[in-house]
Design a protein around this ligand. Structure first.
Ligand SMILES: Cc1cc2nc3c(=O)[nH]c(=O)nc-3n(C[C@H](O)[C@H](O)[C@H](O)COP(=O)(O)OP(=O)(O)OC[C@H]3O[C@@H](n4cnc5c(N)ncnc54)[C@H](O)[C@@H]3O)c2cc1C
Length: 576
């Protein structure tokens, strides 16, 4: 093409524009059948709200609805985009070459964090004696993580640090009020002088994360504490104020509390080596760290580090279930909304029989995941108040649910993404971010196999937990024949599993964990969900000889199911 003699926009003679730049007399096309971005009230979630009321936290509903509107707003979606597109940056040194070991976050990250802390989604419920405080916090976490999942990591770890910290009452007295404070106060300053604190966790080393007993970081007793020397291969949220760390003390593996800044204002010698370049979770920083005689206080008995930090691990495992249930719900709602607005072959996608089957199947998964997650949150709430039966239920149901719900999430997000066709593969839809995040909850706090093996450990060491879980399932007895048969089958499998040798037992662990989780989900739905939801779940997930089980892709539901209720509940507040 010959270049124009005058630059574009230059008036020539009495012409406003050169002839070649005249606007075309017609539009090339009109945009039709594209779906506007979804703005929604995230807390308009029937399974969530019903669980909130049922489990003793109806008092939190107004605050939850406020958070739900904020979570689904266009402004918050923009914050989430900015926080993920502007990943944290490691600043190892200042301009003079001094080490500073700081991570810089985009302002959007700080705004998301401030909202989470203001709503008490971190350690606030530990300061609240109201029954249901942990249920309310769980519901809030579930809602707000749908705004942006990455910053849920420090929020969750701060919540989870408290029960481990309570093994050392003197430290808990000082730091618990600050970990539960609703003031977000970022920046590296002595923890005692801040308005609010965040906590992280450092267990994983290069040679192994699952097998933490192989940790090599050494802890040497020193004045008023210990000096830690070694490394950690994954340490998320490295700008946190405090870290629970495992290290080898003279008595064996021990739990420590390591401050980033020492009480006298100097930096502790915790060096950030580099940040991980991660598949997803890109708003959050995960660092490799080195301790060079870093100061730490001991938490709990020397040599009992795993027993101490396991309290933190269990609380974060619950958040993995909540976070995955939230991702499943978010994926399902996004797909249902899109299908309700988009047309193909002369009809809405949502009215095409095969798409209805896919959406209904996703909706069933969301109902089951949310209902189970909230039941576990209620068990955690009551266990924290001394209910031994609920603690026993949690001991077995939590690893089973962590294994199962987290494993289902990548499958759900992939299927939901495809409901948006090519648009689902494009960043603007939000689905790629959800998809990249989806395997993470299964990896951390005990990867799939490790969590399934923990189910076996619970059965072996806390035999009462199986009875409590079966009793919970029995509360739904008589409600659905398929459930009764599945419960009887589960009893048989549990007995048979006890007779297996170690090799065969371990090979069966995933199957058993999945069976426990799905049967409990079915029982909870039979008791609490609309009949159509519970019936379709039982028919497709636990009925004997039913091929449409979890091994088949979503949308393979058996014929003749009443899926109306499931579909309606997936589109509450968003149906066009
Ligand atoms: C984004 C991100 C952030 C993280 N943040 C933190 C953090 O803040 N703090 C922290 O301490 N860690 C963190 N981690 C580490 C995480 O907890 C570990 O990656 C995880 O525990 C697994 O440990 P590993 O990577 O060493 O895998 P390995 O322990 O090597 O395990 C590899 C695989 O083998 C399986 N496996 C292990 N043992 C057995 C067995 N006996 N039988 C069968 N299979 C087995 C596991 O399930 C896994 O699939 C983070 C990880 C990621 C990805």
């Amino acid at each position: 093409m010959t270049p124009p003699e005058t630059p574009p926009g230059t008036p020539t003679g009495d012409q406003a524009y050169p002839a070649w730049a005249e606007p075309a007399p017609h539009a090339t096309h009109q945009v039709t059948n594209q779906v506007p971005p979804l703005v929604r009230d995230v807390a308009a979630d029937p399974a969530l709200l019903e669980a909130l009321r049922r489990e003793g936290a109806a008092w939190a509903e107004d605050g939850l609805r406020e958070l739900g509107i904020r979570a689904g707003s266009a402004q918050t979606q923009e914050l989430a985009r900015l926080a993920n597109e502007n990943s944290p940056v490691l600043r190892t040194h200042d301009t003079s070459g001094n080490r500073i070991d700081e991570v810089e976050f985009h302002p959007a990250w700080h705004e998301l964090m401030a909202t989470a802390v203001r709503h008490g989604l971190h350690a606030a419920p530990w300061l609240d004696d109201s029954p249901g405080a942990h249920v309310a916090r769980a519901a809030g976490f579930y809602v707000w993580t749908q705004a942006e999942a990455g910053h849920g990591c420090p929020v969750s770890m701060t919540h989870a640090a408290v029960p481990a910290l309570r093994h050392e009452p003197a430290l808990a007295d000082v730091f618990q009020p600050l970990l539960g404070s609703r003031r977000y106060d970022p920046g590296l300053r002595p923890p005692g002088g801040k308005a609010g604190l965040l906590a992280g966790m450092a267990m994983t080393e290069k040679q192994g994360g699952s097998d933490v007993r192989a940790n090599t970081t050494q802890a040497v007793p020193a004045a008023e504490g210990y000096l830690l020397t070694g490394h950690k291969w994954f340490c998320s949220a490295p700008m946190s104020d405090l870290f629970l760390v495992l290290a080898q003390a003279p008595e064996g593996l021990t739990c420590f509390l390591l401050p980033r800044v020492l009480p006298d204002g100097t930096r502790n010698s915790m060096r950030l080596q580099r940040l991980k370049d991660k598949l997803g979770n890109r708003s959050n920083a995960s660092a490799e760290v080195e301790y060079d005689a870093a100061f730490a206080w001991r938490v709990g008995e020397p040599g009992r580090g795993v027993a101490t930090i396991i309290e933190m691990v269990n609380a974060t495992r619950l958040d993995c279930v909540l976070g995955s249930a939230a991702a499943i719900r978010q994926a399902c709602v996004t797909a249902a909304y899109y299908a309700g607005e988009r047309r193909a072959f002369g009809a809405r996608l949502a009215d095409q029989p095969l798409m209805m089957s896919v959406l209904a199947d996703l909706a069933l998964e969301a109902e089951a995941a949310t209902t189970l997650a909230m039941r576990l949150a209620a068990a955690a709430d009551r266990a924290a108040r001394g209910d031994a039966g609920e603690a026993s239920l949690l001991r077995l149901a939590l690893p089973a649910a962590k294994f199962w719900v987290c494993k289902r999430t990548p499958m759900v997000t992939a299927e939901a993404l495809e409901c948006l066709g090519g648009n689902g593969y494009v960043e603007e839809s939000g689905m790629p971010r959800l998809y990249r995040e989806s395997p993470l909850n299964s990896i951390w706090e005990g990867s799939g196999n490790v969590t399934a093996l923990d189910v076996l450990r619970a059965l072996a060491r806390s035999p009462g937990s199986a009875e409590v879980l079966l009793a919970e399932i029995d509360l739904a007895a008589g409600g659905d024949r398929r459930l009764d048969e599945a419960a009887a089958g589960l009893r048989r499998e549990l007995k048979e599993a006890a007779d297996l040798d170690q090799h065969a037992g371990q090979q069966a662990a995933r199957r058993l964990a999945g069976l426990l989780a799905v049967t409990l989900q079915a029982a909870l739905l039979v008791r609490h969900a609309p009949a159509g939801v519970a019936g379709a779940f039982c028919a497709s997930r636990i009925a004997a000889g039913q091929p449409a089980g979890p091994a088949l892709p979503f949308g393979s539901l058996p014929p003749g199911l009443d899926t109306q209720a499931a579909l309606e509940r997936a589109t509450v507040g968003i149906a066009g």
